[in-house]
Design a protein around this ligand. Structure first.
Ligand code: FNR
Length: 507
């Protein structure tokens, strides 16, 4: 009687039993009986198969297939060219070779095992048991790897971030995979992008600051995050936050790069709008300061002119007018400083940080005096730096205002120092400006959020954008802003250190 795997399934009604069957395609009746006996001993269901009456896909229902060597070779070919999408574990294939047959032997590497028949039943059980043991161990490993792979695929398909994978072993990093979210974000399909370098999204805008970071990281084989201006297939622009990570094989060899893309257009546009609004707010604050600064000398001028007009002594009159002239010069100086503040620079210029600081302090001179603050300056560095003047002035103004606010009502000291310095991380040379105050200092909590937008300790008096914008300006100038602060009674205060490289904004 000949039965097929389907009948076995019907007999048991259980797919698991079907999986533990042995498919037998052996001509010699005595060999067949030996194999059936050994199978039952190993608790495997033997099923006789007819080579002409089954399809290759039926094979996957068995754990073992035992076939005459010539048939086994044909089966091996069917198994290896089978549907790769199926991703199941193939049954172990055992070739039966006649003990008495002579002739060229096929290399055993084609099969999981070779049975030379006839031989002792116990030896057959031992051989089949060994093959089964090895096959089950392999199947378990294969199954868990397959499950992990399928999980990874589901994750790749379901995440809302774009994912792209490039082959790092081929020249120019061609893409080998992009997930559906990448296709939705960019408008390009997997088929369209496969084999291409991902720079087609830049539409020729190859001089973006983010690309410098990416090129350096790709060359060094390390991780990077950068924001790039990209174009969708329909020509619309979007800001792409790209995180790239290198993938290495067991030998440490770089094989792929994985990119994770996020459309951050609304965040980038919102931050740009915030920066603009903070610039306007800074101008508003400045206007208030200027009015305050001009008011004092103007009041003096009015008093002096009154005295000069009502007095009779010519010498005293001359004295009053000379003083009024001095006060007016101060007004003129404040006005010209304010104009420089107001003018937004778009081109980098070489300026001395000392001069910028001087002009800032000049504008706050009246407030400093009224508050009873003393200013100590130590300038050891008078060389110029290349920067956007109005932006750096905005940073200095923020630092000085914060220092003054923290010392309100304390008659404290403001110390301003400049010196030449080298930034250790990038080994660049530039100017280090220190602004230190003896104010109330900041709590660790405040220090943590210092550069966060909308964080303020000044109640409705502050926008919470001053230091956030300052940090962004400093970053664009390739500089650093460091802060130390203490609230210890009797020794409280804050020190800001601003490092700006000589050529930070030279390009
Ligand atoms: C990239 N690159 C890239 N560029 C871009 O503008 N948008 C993107 O989404 C991506 N995604 C991406 C994924 C992966 C896996 C890699 C390896 C790279 C960067 C781009 O392909 C290219 O490497 C850089 O432009 C640097 O090369 P050039 O400009 O120096 O030729």
């Amino acid at each position: 009687m000949q039965t097929g795997p389907v009948e076995v399934a019907e007999m048991s009604g259980d797919v698991a039993v079907l999986k533990t069957g042995v498919g037998i395609l052996v001509q010699d009746a005595m060999s067949r009986r030996l194999i059936e006996a050994a199978s039952i001993h190993l608790e495997l269901q033997p099923v006789e198969l007819d080579e002409g009456s089954f399809e290759g896909s039926m094979l996957s229902g068995f754990e073992l297939i035992i076939a005459d060597e010539a048939i086994a070779l044909r089966l091996r070919a069917v198994m290896t060219t089978g549907d790769e999408q199926a991703e199941g574990v193939n049954p172990a294939l055992i070739a039966v070779r006649s003990k008495t047959a002579v002739g060229p032997e096929e290399p055993e590497v084609h099969f999981e095992g070779v049975l030379a028949l006839p031989q002792e039943p116990a030896a057959i059980v031992a051989q089949m048991g060994l093959i089964l043991y090895a096959h089950r161990a392999f199947a378990r490993r294969y199954q868990s790897a397959l499950e992990e792979l399928q999980l990874n695929r589901r994750i790749f398909r379901s995440v809302t971030s774009g994912i792209s994978v490039a082959n790092a072993k081929e020249p120019d990093l061609p893409l080998v995979y992009v997930n559906p979210a990448f296709e939705v974000m960019t408008g390009y399909s997997l088929e369209e992008v496969q084999g291409k370098n991902c720079r087609f999204l830049q539409k020729g805008e190859t001089e973006q600051p983010g690309l410098t970071l990416i090129r350096e990281a790709l060359a060094a084989g390390r991780e990077v995050v950068a924001i790039l201006r990209n174009y969708r297939k329909d020509g619309t622009v979007f800001w792409n936050e790209l995180s790239l990570s290198p993938i290495r094989n067991r030998d440490g060899e770089l094989t792929h790069f994985v990119g994770i893309q996020n459309d951050v257009t609304s965040r980038v546009e919102f931050e740009a709008a915030l920066r603009e609004s903070e610039k306007l707010a800074a101008v508003g604050r400045l206007a208030a300061s200027i009015a305050h600064e001009i008011n004092n000398p103007l009041e003096s001028v009015m008093n002096l002119l009154y005295l000069a007009g009502h007095g009779s002594d010519d010498e005293a009159k001359g004295e009053y007018l000379a003083q009024a002239d001095k006060e007016l010069q101060r007004v003129a100086q404040i006005t010209s400083q304010s104009l420089r503040f107001y003018k937004q620079s778009t081109k980098p210029q070489a300026v001395r940080l000392v001069d910028l600081m001087e002009s800032v302090l000049d504008l706050y001179q009246g407030r400093i005096e009224n508050a009873g603050l003393t200013v100590k300056k130590r300038e050891r560095m008078t060389e110029s730096i290349v920067c956007l003047e109005s932006e750096i002035r905005q940073v200095l103004s923020n630092l000085v205002r914060n220092a003054m606010d923290s010392m309100a009502g304390t008659a404290g000291r403001l110390m301003v120092r400049t010196r030449e310095a080298t930034e250790w991380r990038s080994n660049t040379r530039g100017v280090l400006l220190t602004v230190a105050d003896t104010g109330t200092g900041m709590s660790p909590e405040t220090l943590k959020k210092l550069y966060t937008a909308f964080y303020t300790t000044k109640g409705i008096g502050g926008t919470g954008l001053g230091l956030w914008v300052s940090a962004e300006i400093v970053q664009r100038h390739k500089g650093r802003l460091l802060v130390r602060s203490s609230q210890r009674a009797g020794a409280s205060g804050t020190v800001f250190e601003l490092f700006l490289p000589y050529q930070g904004f030279a390009n």
